[in-house]
Write a protein that binds this ligand. Structure first.
Ligand code: B4P
Length: 334
């Protein structure tokens, strides 16, 4: 594998972003952030209010109802001003690799929001491959030397994803910390290699990332991510999908969100795309919601979320956690 994939990416993203805003290729939307700290957990949730996004064209409104007939915005030829760079990652000792392209997010509310896209079409519902995880981790690690970044991945129709071509997204964290960092740090298990569940009112699975020096990264990420997915699938089997004659759970039919930083991977399986308030207001939640950053596009939703609290909103679109009396170890050991 190339030892320094995406060399100089931070500088390239910055230059491309400045040019793309000037040319109009990127449509940046202004937003305001409301702090919504959760008293019990101490998680400093953020609600980002972006009313102008209501005017953003949506796939549903602008494009054919048949998803397969919609144009793929992540396929070449790329819009010149959205293109940042590309690279190939090759597994240790292998000649076959995976080609990635980095594109700017055309509809960003955070400056320099960019996407790592597979060059060949791969479905967004396919699990992240070791090379995709390595690429994402190397990127947050590299950019983190100057400015902390967070990567996220929406998979499945209830996850908040709108584009079917496989992509992982990246945003810079202007205050240098992700809302869940401290909570994860204070709830990490004694065995740093063991995946664990955070004490939250919805099912969630986390693993700390610390590849041992010298270990093949591909093996490390394959086994780390598989262990996390196994835990999630086993949990779903035990909680909501557990009738004796239920068909085997297929990952490609599940909806879940993945959050990746330099130091952890966090996944949350989903039961719904939108949180619906008692008066019928719907708020779409994607992986950033489960990273502690909820986006709302209208005043009514903003007020409702502030009223009920972000944790309740997140619980409303995710599975229940381990039941009282059922330890997370029981779930892990199965
Ligand atoms: P998906 O995984 O399919 O969906 P998404 O991030 O939930 O964005 P969605 O498209 O549903 O937009 P939404 O109004 O909810 O990601 C597709 C990505 O490709 C998106 O980033 C999209 O903008 C981008 N894209 C679409 N067409 C493109 C094109 N032609 N060229 C390049 N990129 C293209 O949210 C609007 C934006 O706000 C999204 O970018 C979303 O990721 C971001 N966002 C959501 N919550 C946020 C938060 N709390 N803080 C900051 N940003 C947030």
């Amino acid at each position: 594998m190339s030892s320094t994939p995406f060399t100089g990416l931070g500088t390239k993203v910055k230059a491309a972003y400045t040019k793309a805003v000037q040319s109009g290729a990127v449509r940046f939307t202004e937003s305001e952030i409301e702090e919504a700290d959760d008293e019990e957990t101490g998680i400093p949730f953020e609600i980002r209010f972006a009313p102008a996004l209501q005017k953003k064209p949506t796939a549903v409104k602008e494009e054919p109802a048949d998803k397969s007939a919609r144009p793929d915005p992540f396929a070449p030829p790329y819009v010149e001003d959205l293109y940042v760079t590309e690279d190939t990652l090759v597994e240790e000792g292998e000649t076959v690799g995976e080609d990635f392209v980095v594109l700017l997010n055309k509809f960003c509310v955070t400056p320099r929001h960019f996407l790592l896209v597979t060059k060949e079409f791969k479905p967004q519902t396919s699990p992240l491959s070791p090379l995709e995880l390595i690429a994402a981790w190397q990127i947050v690690k590299q950019l983190g030397a100057r400015e902390k970044h967070l990567a996220f991945f929406n998979s499945g129709e209830l996850s908040g994803a709108s584009q079917p071509h496989k992509h992982i997204q990246f945003i810079p964290l202007s205050n240098g910390i992700a809302p869940f960092d401290n909570f994860i740090n204070s709830n990490k298990p004694q065995n740093p290699k063991a995946p664990f569940q955070l004490p939250l009112p919805y099912a969630n699975f986390t693993t700390l990332l610390a590849p041992p020096p010298g270990q093949d990264l591909s093996m490390y990420f394959a086994s780390t991510f598989l262990a996390l997915l196994d835990l999630m699938i086993d949990h779903l089997r035990r909680t909501s999908l557990s009738t004796p004659d239920a068909p085997a759970i297929r990952l490609s039919s599940l909806s879940y969100n993945v959050i990746l930083t330099e130091s952890y991977l966090h996944i949350v399986p989903r039961t719904a795309e939108c949180y619906e308030t008692d008066d019928g207001t719907k708020v779409s939640i994607n992986a950033l919601g489960f990273a502690g950053m909820v986006l709302v596009k209208d005043q009514k939703s903003l007020e409702k979320i502030k009223e009920v609290g972000v944790l309740k909103v997140l619980s409303g679109v995710a599975y229940r956690p381990v039941a009282p009396g059922e330890s997370s170890e029981e779930v892990q050991d199965a």
